[in-house]
Design a protein around this ligand. Structure first.
Ligand SMILES: [Zn+2]
Length: 151
């Protein structure tokens, strides 16, 4: 995706990959796969920065046909970077905060994750936290902190 080379996000992705000890491999559709990422943050198996999909696993694992849905999910994020450039980051974090507040999961109500495909990205649809729903019987509100999604 050439727009991510121009908007600088792929350069950031390459830097994150190299600093994380990952090796660069050719992906497909203009995507670079960085395999063997070793830092703890973020905890996801795969994440995308610009046109670089960074994974803790091997490029062969990600590019295997069994992971076609996951690859498509991450490639959708690369397209989001192509649209927004560096503005992707603040927009994405606002979307994460919104989703976290509503559900306790940063992906479920995150517009970027929904558009990339929740299930393909390993996210489950999650209900709203109880404080955002009223019990029809009592009209009372309850609080529940929820728990973070592993991805
Ligand atoms: Zn995603």
């Amino acid at each position: 995706m050439k727009r991510n080379a121009v908007n600088g996000t792929t350069a950031v992705g390459l830097a994150v990959a190299v600093l994380g000890g990952a090796k660069l491999r050719r992906g497909r559709d203009g995507i670079i796969v960085a395999e063997g990422y070793r830092r703890r943050v973020p905890p996801a198996t795969c994440f995308t920065v610009g046109s670089v999909i960074i994974t803790r696993r091997s490029a062969d694992w990600l590019l295997h046909e069994d992971r076609a849905g996951l690859f498509d999910h991450e490639r959708a994020h690369a397209r989001q970077y192509a649209l927004l450039g560096p503005f992707f980051w603040p927009a994405y974090w606002v979307a994460c905060g919104y989703s976290w507040a509503l559900t306790g999961c940063y992906g479920t109500r995150n517009v970027f994750e929904r558009r990339a495909g929740l299930a393909r990205g390993g996210y489950a649809e999650r209900p709203l936290r109880p404080r955002f729903t009223r019990s029809p019987a009592t009209g009372s509100r309850s609080r529940d902190a929820g728990s973070p999604s592993p991805r």
